[in-house]
Design a binder for this molecule. Structure first.
Ligand code: ATP
Ligand code: MG
Length: 287
C-alpha cells in the first residue's frame, strides 16, 4: 500500500477502495470508496435495490469484488483467513437462514465458533458472551424454543443476539430493526449505540427509517444506484434536497423536537388526488 493510501485510511480499520460489485455481468455497485470511521456508528440509507446489502456483504466478505478491494486493517480482505475475519467482523445479513429445528440457545452459541479451539469446545467466556447477548436482546426466555416457531420480531432479536455473541470490534447489521415493533426497534438501536459508546464497537447498519438513521448515526451514508451520493454527520447532510435526490420524494426537514437533529417529514401526500379528500358540502355541519 502506498503511504498516501495509508494516510487516507487512518481511523478506518474497514474500508472499500474503488469497489465494484456485480452479479454475473450486472454491475450493482460501481467504483465505490468508503472509509468506515472507527468507533462510530455508520448508517447506510438509500432506496430499495440501490446496493446497500450488496455493499454490506462485500464488507463482510460474503461477496467477492468484481474490481477494487475491501481492506481490513489495511490488508486485502480476500487474503485474510476466514477465522481471523470472523474474530474481527460480524455480519447480520438481511435475510439470514437458520438451520432447521435449531434452538435459540444453539443458534446464539454459533456466534462463538470463531473463538473456539479444537481442544476447548466451550469455555466460560463463551458461556458469558452468550448469556450477555441474550440478556441484551431480551431473548433469554426464548432459549429452549425452536427458532422456526418464533415470531418475526423474536427471530430478528435472536439473530442480533448471535451477532453480539461473536463479540467482534466491527459489526455489520443489515436492517436490524425489520419486523420489530417500535419499542423493540428503539431498544435495538439503543443497544447498538450502547455497544458503540461503552465498548467502542464500530457499527455499520442499513436502515430504512430516515429519522432513526439521523438520530443514531454518527456517520450517515446515502446511496443511490450503487454510488454514494452524500456522507457525513446527519445534521450536515440531511436536507430536503438530499431526500429528493436520493428517494425522489418531496419532504420538509425540521428540527427533531427531541434531539434537535434533522427530522424528515414527507410533504404533499396524495398530490393530484386532493379531490378525494375534499369533504362533501355541508359534511362539517352534519357531523
Ligand atoms: N444474489 C443476487 N443475484 C443477482 N442479483 C442480485 C442478488 N442480490 C441482489 N441482486 C440485485 O442487486 C441489486 C442490489 O440489491 P441489494 O440487495 O444490494 O439492494 P438493497 O439496497 O439492499 O435493497 P433493499 O433496500 O430492498 O434491501 C438489485 O437490483 C438486486 O436485484
Ligand atoms: Mg438490502
Amino acid at each position: 500500500m502506498t503511504e498516501g493510501l495509508k494516510e487516507g485510511l487512518k481511523g478506518s480499520r474497514l474500508a472499500a477502495r474503488d469497489l465494484t460489485l456485480a452479479y454475473e455481468d450486472r454491475t450493482v455497485v460501481d467504483g465505490l470508496d468508503l472509509a468506515v470511521p472507527d468507533g462510530e456508528v455508520t448508517i447506510v440509507i438509500g432506496p430499495n435495490a440501490c446496493g446497500k446489502s450488496t455493499l454490506l456483504r462485500a464488507l463482510g466478505r460474503l461477496l467477492k469484488p468484481a474490481r477494487g478491494t475491501v481492506l481490513l486493517d489495511g490488508e486485502d480482505l480476500a487474503r485474510i483467513p476466514t477465522r481471523a475475519i470472523a474474530q474481527s467482523l460480524g455480519l447480520l445479513p438481511q435475510t439470514p437462514v437458520a438451520p432447521e429445528a435449531i434452538t435459540v440457545a444453539d443458534l446464539v452459541a454459533r456466534g462463538r465458533q470463531p473463538h473456539q479451539r479444537w481442544w476447548q469446545q466451550w469455555s466460560e467466556a463463551d458461556e458469558r458472551a452468550v448469556a450477555d447477548a441474550m440478556a441484551r436482546t431480551d431473548t433469554t426466555a426464548l432459549a429452549e424454543r425452536s427458532v422456526d416457531e418464533l415470531s418475526g420480531g423474536q427471530r430478528q432479536r435472536v439473530w442480533i443476539a448471535m451477532a453480539l455473541a461473536q463479540e467482534t470490534d466491527l459489526l455489520l447489521l443489515d436492517e436490524p430493526t425489520t419486523y420489530l415493533d417500535i419499542s423493540h426497534q428503539v431498544e435495538v438501536l439503543d443497544l447498538v449505540r450502547r455497544l458503540n459508546r461503552e465498548r467502542g464497537r464500530t457499527v455499520v447498519a442499513v436502515l430504512h427509517d430516515l429519522n432513526q438513521a439521523a438520530r443514531y448515526a454518527d456517520h450517515l451514508v446515502a446511496m443511490k444506484a450503487g454510488r454514494i451520493v452524500a456522507q457525513g454527520r446527519p445534521a450536515d447532510i440531511v436536507t430536503a434536497d438530499l431526500v429528493r435526490e436520493v428517494f425522489g420524494l418531496h419532504a420538509v426537514v425540521v428540527p427533531d423536537p427531541v434531539t434537535a437533529g434533522p427530522l424528515v417529514i414527507p410533504g404533499k401526500p396524495w398530490e393530484g388526488e386532493e379531490r378525494a379528500y375534499v369533504p362533501e358540502p355541508g359534511a362539517a355541519e352534519r357531523a
